[in-house]
Design a protein around this ligand. Structure first.
Ligand SMILES: Cc1ncc(COP(=O)(O)O)c(C=O)c1O
Length: 377
């Protein structure tokens, strides 16, 4: 028994340490991690370069708020802006989590446009703070707060006619997960994104890409916005951004950034030096180990190797994948657990999610392929 409030059904072991694509339990068992601590361990568990950067920074300065200029914070912002240049965003605000990033992006849009209504998509998931919840399509977590949510519109996803039916001039912002993860790796195509960008731009409605799962190379491009060829007004990042050290970011286009005044945004811990050092090391590893190309190549491989008697189709891009099964996916998830492979469920009972580190080795891919091949249902 522990005093810890249980908010999630835990794995049947106590985790002790992690290394690369594996985690090790206290009982000595080793688990291959295709869940990635919920899409967080971008560079694998405890990558030595990230560990060294954190240790070095901790010895130099653990914390100072935005009241002081910090070289490491400015370097992190510059490196992130350079990484995201292909999506046309480059002014960075750091906070601590995904929900906080989305909350701030939506607040900025509301202030800049003087409109109160926000839009999100059916199947979208953006976090548990109130504006993020207002854009989230998950009645389990939104219904208790129904009267507190901001005015919002829920639009069918990946449907051009549905986009054309919206009065975008009545909306401050629309927020989109370019690949909807929680609801089961649901994708749209480049033509749909182009139309979304065109309609929102014409009406002065901010387009916010929630890249908390899709960002940082996971989809086989630096961002999903770049992958689909759009330039949002704002992008939000968290999860893998500092390889597991908590950090969130709102990254704005120049025009969006021009609406922000000193004092509009704040966060005591946002942009703290340890997170910034971990972020810089993470981006360096992504570049040095060519992880964006690796994610693209492994995604292609798994899309062709996994379909068969169990997996009907592999959805998604790069290493954000959904295995669409012929039968409910719980059986396959259990079989993988028996083979000491961790994977994620989803809101779609037939879809199992894979969100492993981008450093995934060929051996780890072969282990997954072999485990799925031995599943008889
Ligand atoms: C797409 C997306 N947006 C936002 C969030 C919220 O992030 P956080 O849990 O860091 O607040 C999540 C978390 O799973 C997410 O998957």
């Amino acid at each position: 028994m522990t005093a810890l409030l249980e908010t999630y059904p835990p794995y049947p072991f106590v985790l002790d340490r992690g290394e690369g694509e594996y985690v090790y339990a206290e009982d000595g068992t080793r688990w291959l991690d295709y869940y990635g601590g919920h899409c967080v361990t971008l560079t694998g568990h405890s990558h030595p370069n990230v560990v060294a950067a954190i240790a070095e920074q901790a010895g130099r300065l653990i914390f100072y708020s935005a009241a002081a200029r910090l070289r490491v914070r400015e370097q992190a912002a510059d490196a992130l802006a350079a990484f995201l240049a292909g999506a046309g965003v480059g002014k960075v605000f750091f906070c601590n989590s995904g929900a906080e990033a989305n909350e701030n992006a939506l607040k900025l849009a509301i202030k800049a446009t003087s409109r109160q209504r926000i839009a999100g998509f059916e199947g979208g998931w953006h976090g548990r703070t109130l504006l993020a919840l207002s854009a989230t399509d998950d009645p389990k977590i939104t219904d208790p707060y129904a009267s507190l949510l901001a005015p919002h519109t829920r639009i069918p996803f990946a449907d051009i006619a549905a986009l054309e039916a919206v009065d975008w001039s009545a909306h401050a912002a629309v927020i989109v997960e370019p690949i909807q993860s929680m609801s089961g790796i649901r994708c749209a195509d480049a033509a749909w994104f182009a139309r979304l960008r065109e309609l929102t731009a014409a009406a002065g409605c901010w387009l916010i890409c929630d890249e908390i799962q899709t960002g940082l190379g996971r989809v086989g491009a630096p961002s999903a916005a770049e992958f689909y060829g759009i330039r949002p007004d704002a992008m939000t990042l968290a999860k893998g951004l500092a390889s597991g050290v908590p950090v969130g970011a709102v990254i704005l286009s120049e025009a969006a950034a021009a609406t922000v005044k000193s004092g509009d945004l704040g966060s005591t811990f946002g942009g703290g030096p340890i997170a910034m050092a971990a972020l810089l090391a993470t981006l360096a590893v992504v570049g040095e180990e060519r992880l964006v190309a690796r994610a693209a190549a492994l995604g292609q491989r798994l899309k062709s190797s996994l379909p068969g008697t169990v997996v009907m189709r592999v959805r998604g891009e790069g290493l954000l994948l959904g295995l669409e099964c012929h039968a409910p996916a719980a059986g396959l998830k259990q079989h993988l657990m028996q083979n000491r492979i961790l994977a994620g469920g989803s809101g779609d009972s037939r879809v199992l999610r894979l969100m492993p580190p981008l450093t995934l080795s060929d051996g780890a891919v072969e282990m997954l392929e072999a485990a799925i091949a031995t599943y008889t249902g």
